[in-house]
Design a protein around this ligand. Structure first.
Ligand SMILES: [Ca+2]
Ligand SMILES: [Ca+2]
Length: 431
């Protein structure tokens, strides 16, 4: 069990409905995989797009029965050699092995079927999010991270969460279910679905660093794009066009909230120079919802004008706009939590209650749709006259695409830095 966080304690205090939504067994160990004596970290270079298992997961070699190194075999081999790196050349890696129904429930993750279970610290590097595509083929989610992980330069799509942690919980994490410290750089998580956390689900005790990445077009019954049950950062990233539709089978606030980002732990979740736009939900918090441990399910909720310290979200240089509930503007919603502005944010409808220096509440952001504006991942461009132009301060050195900041008199609010010249993306890339 991994219920060390306060939200979980709150959850217990609140009894059953909350406990239902706090999956516990994601972090179970890999059952002591046999590690060969000379199994230090290495690099596995995948050389086939076919989805085949490793012939001998204990030998520390990535080798299928036909002698190739598939993505699945590389994950299985890396689980026996912690600290390894998997290199994925450009290609469409479609998972084709469905989950084994006998292994769906409990703490026996099986990297040989369904989702790819990362059980030892692993780095997975693609050749670029537009060319290296991991497609879970709607058989299950793509990854379940049961150890620290770093993913870069790839797309995760086609995930439909099937394997679950407990028989009573809904499925979490359509693209990725993260139980440890995960960093995504220049990654697109798009077109996945789950009961909650349509793109990414982060369980209690986990941490997500989302950098220069896009989470878009994911669908769930709650938490359409990203679910945080603990801490995380969103930097130079775009969370757009994710959708929550309440399936009507869960009580209270257990469904229908958090179209883009849903925060149910204490956090802190820190959002810097990011764009949260075009997300929708059926019940509340079209862009961002923060309500630790489902306290918004209490019969007499505290109105969200009150800042309470049970959950914490910080916003800086970020754009939260164009998000809706039932077609009406609804950027932020909070209960028993604090949305702390560190300045220079835009909020389309005023619901994020921004009051810090440089904040621009209730502004029409004048942004374009999510599109390929150059760079490795899709972004939402700033249109002429946007109040976001030159309105930020203290930005990262580049924007999400790799464009140097600032352009013009100052850097821009959100993940996109407007440039009047053709894009020349160049920078020293980290892993
Ligand atoms: Ca699996
Ligand atoms: Ca600028």
């Amino acid at each position: 069990m991994n219920l060390r966080t306060s939200p979980a304690a709150l959850a217990v205090a609140l009894a059953t409905p909350v406990a239902l939504a706090t999956p516990m067994a994601l972090t179970a160990s890999a059952a002591g995989a046999a590690v060969p004596a000379a199994a230090g970290p290495t690099e596995f270079i995948v050389d086939t797009t076919s989805d085949a298992v490793d012939a001998d997961p204990s030998d520390g070699l990535c080798r299928t029965a036909s002698g190739a190194c598939s993505l699945r075999a590389a994950v299985m081999a890396a689980n026996a050699r912690q600290g390894s790196t998997i290199t994925l050349p450009a290609g469409h890696y479609r998972l084709t092995i469905p989950p084994d129904p006998r292994k769906i429930i409990g703490d026996h993750p099986d990297p040989a079927t369904g989702d790819l279970n990362v059980d030892a610290p692993t780095t997975i590097r693609g050749a670029g999010a537009r060319t290296t595509v991991i497609d879970a083929n709607h058989l299950d989610r793509a990854f379940r991270m049961q150890a620290d992980s770093r993913l870069s330069d790839l797309t995760i799509t086609g995930g439909t969460a099937v394997e679950r942690e407990l028989p009573i919980t809904d499925t979490g994490g359509g693209g990725i279910a993260n139980g440890h410290h995960m960093t995504l750089r220049r990654v697109a998580v798009t077109g996945n679905s789950a009961g909650y956390g349509g793109g990414i689900f982060n369980i209690p005790g986990s941490h997500l660093d989302l950098i220069d990445s896009t989470v878009s077009g994911n669908v769930a019954g709650e938490a359409g794009g990203i679910r945080f049950d603990d801490s995380g950062t969103v930097t130079n990233s775009t969370v757009a066009d994710n959708r929550v539709t309440n399936p009507g089978d869960r009580p209270g606030s257990l469904a229908g909230y958090g179209g883009g980002i849903d925060i149910r732990g204490r956090g802190p979740v820190e959002i810097l120079n990011s764009t949260i736009s075009g997300n929708s939900s059926s019940d509340g918090g079209g862009g961002i919802n923060i309500a630790p441990a489902y306290l918004d399910s209490l019969p007499f909720p505290i109105p969200d004008v009150v800042d309470l310290p049970l959950g914490r979200l910080t916003l800086r240089n970020s754009l939260v706009a164009g998000n809706t509930v039932d077609g009406k503007a609804a950027d932020c919603k909070k209960a028993f939590a604090t949305i702390a502005s560190e300045g220079h944010n835009i909020d389309g409808d005023g619901s994020c209650r921004l009051t810090a220096a440089g904040d621009l509440p209730s502004r029409t952001p004048l942004i374009g749709p999510l599109a390929d504006n150059g760079g490795p991942t899709d972004t939402a461009a700033l249109l002429p006259g946007s109040p976001a132009l030159d309105a930020a301060a203290g930005c990262p050195a580049t924007d999400q695409r790799g464009v140097a900041r600032p352009q013009g008199a100052a850097c821009d609010i959100g993940a996109y830095e407007h440039t009047t010249r053709p894009l020349h993306s160049h920078r020293d890339q980290e892993w």
